[in-house]
Design a protein around this ligand. Structure first.
Ligand SMILES: *Cc1c(COP(=O)(O)O)cnc(C)c1O
Length: 429
């Protein structure tokens, strides 16, 4: 089922998952197996030579994971996909074919805090460097490019929300610089935004969030558009030169627009090992069946809650790109016409003490460190995810003492608003 004439919702239910040919089972089977029997010695040799496509060992490939990979590639409008054990694993896996010691990326300062942490503290241990720039000015990417730059990295809609990147402008600069643009599309999901349509080369996801959708399963994914010429400028020897990690195979010459995806399985997953559990892939496939319905409700609820909070006497400000008053509203109308997602921040009058009382006062909301669940979630970053930072660093990261982050669920919107109202009333009494 790869017919491009089907709509998004149809593909969300069907892409990658035909009835099981062996049993007729209509639901996708969970292939809970480590390895796969070879037909004979020639078949085994052909599999290991990548001369035939099939299954060897579940660190590299698994049929349940392959179904999720096919579905995500289809929904993003990409050529191939590799799933990983978490969003953070997917980010390392995504950069791995492009990088080597001394290589650099240019990344937006408005990324999810965990991603900035990974780039600043862990990438240097691989000899990779991340130059962090303010993505509100796309020209900043051009200024940060050096001869060692291998990629740009942005989020379409940034966690914790309110920030929308000008994907098309940044993709043009990436193209002119001869490097791929990676877009973390976790908060938007392909239902709200398809960055490949605007020139992105690679998409990364934390499928942990809206794609699985019910807070049950860690997972990540890398989708390749298949559109980048990896032989351009000699910048990507692992993909378009003899790859010593795979007996000198030139992936780009051999596999063309599937080179990146084949490399991610045959070298990335093989040697780094962050494979997704098939059960998590199965739960994520189930989640994606309702992605469109859920995102519609997530966005409608979030827009109503944001409007309500903007008028609330205990609230100092609301950062939601869907609000007409928001700085990023014009970009949101272009890139997220169906809605600005459901994760955003707001500030309470009274700072830290009131913020802490609000998270202690909610009853329907869950106070925890996650987003993209069907349930409404809340966190006070200054006392939790950002507590190790100094006051100045917290403010710079958008996690000042007064900030609360919401991930609006799909419950009845009046109940969501009533819970916030009672928590704000108690906190400011
Ligand atoms: C959660 C998140 C990640 C990391 O994903 P995990 O699945 O938690 O590893 C990366 N990017 C964004 C935007 C996220 O929200």
């Amino acid at each position: 089922m790869s017919d491009k004439t089907f709509g998004f919702e149809t593909l969300s239910v069907h892409a990658g998952a035909a009835p099981d040919p062996a049993t007729g089972a209509r639901a996708l089977p969970i292939y809970q197996t480590t390895a796969y029997v070879f037909e004979d010695a020639d078949h085994a040799a052909a599999l290991f030579n990548l001369q035939t496509v099939g299954f060897i060992y579940s660190r590299l490939t698994n049929p349940t994971n392959a179904a999720l990979e096919a579905r995500l590639a289809t929904l993003e409008g990409g050529r191939g996909c590799t799933v990983a054990s978490s969003g953070h694993a997917a980010q390392v896996l995504a950069l791995f074919p492009l990088m080597q010691p001394g290589a650099e990326i240019v990344a937006s300062s408005r990324l999810y805090g965990g991603s900035l942490q990974q780039m600043k503290n862990t990438y240097p241990k691989f000899g990779w460097k991340a130059e962090i720039v303010d993505a509100d000015v796309p020209e900043n990417f051009k200024r940060a490019v050096t001869e060692n730059t291998k990629a740009f990295f942005i989020e379409s809609l940034a966690n914790p929300g309110g920030v929308v990147s000008d994907i098309e402008a940044i993709a043009r600069i990436a193209e002119a610089s001869g490097v791929p643009l990676l877009v973390d599309n976790t908060l938007a999901t392909p239902y709200l935004c398809k960055p490949i349509d605007y020139g992105a080369t690679l998409i990364v996801h934390s499928t942990t969030k809206f794609l699985s959708g019910t807070g049950t399963s860690m997972g990540g994914a890398v989708v390749d558009s298949g559109k980048f010429d990896w032989s351009r400028g000699g910048k990507f020897p692992s993909l378009a030169g003899p790859e010593p990690a795979y007996h000198g195979l030139n992936f780009y010459e051999t596999f063309g627009d599937m080179a990146y995806t084949f490399h991610s399985h045959a070298v990335g997953l093989r040697d780094l090992g962050p494979s997704q559990a098939p059960f998590n892939a199965w739960l994520t496939m189930l989640g994606i069946e309702t992605l469109g319905l859920r995102m519609e409700r997530h966005c409608a609820n979030a827009a109503k809650v944001a409007l309500h909070l903007e008028k609330h006497p205990a609230v100092a400000w609301v950062n939601y790109a869907g609000l007409p008053s928001n700085k990023y509203n014009k970009l949101a109308q272009k890139y997220l016409p169906k809605g600005a997602g459901s994760v955003f921040t707001f500030g309470v009058k009274g700072g830290y003490d009131v913020g802490v009382k609000v998270v202690d006062g909610v009853e329907l909301f869950s106070h925890l460190a996650n987003i993209g669940d069907a349930k409404s979630l809340i966190i006070h970053p200054a006392s939790t995810t950002h507590r190790q930072l100094s006051d100045e660093q917290r403010v710079a990261a958008g996690a000042g003492p007064d900030v609360l982050r919401l991930s609006i669920g799909i419950e009845t919107v009046e109940d969501i608003i009533a819970d916030l109202d009672q928590a704000l009333a108690k906190a400011t009494a």
